[in-house]
Design a protein around this ligand. Structure first.
Ligand SMILES: [Zn+2]
Length: 54
C-alpha cells in the first residue's frame, strides 16, 4: 500500500519542483520535499511547489 501512495505522488508531483521564492527548478523526490529535506540552491528557501500547477 505504501507503493500505491508513492505512485500516486509521482503522478501528482513528478520529480521536478519549483522554488516558491525564486522560481528555481530543482529535480528531487516528492518525499524529500514533503519531509522538507530539500533546500533551494539559489535562495536557501524550503518551500517548493510541483512544476505543473494550473
Ligand atoms: Zn529559491
Amino acid at each position: 500500500m505504501a507503493t500505491k501512495i508513492l505512485i500516486a505522488q509521482k503522478r501528482l508531483f513528478g520529480d521536478i519542483f519549483v522554488c516558491r521564492d525564486c522560481s528555481k527548478k530543482i529535480r528531487t523526490q516528492a518525499v524529500r520535499v514533503i519531509a522538507r529535506k530539500v533546500k533551494c540552491p539559489k535562495c536557501n528557501g524550503k518551500s517548493f511547489r510541483p512544476v505543473k500547477k494550473k
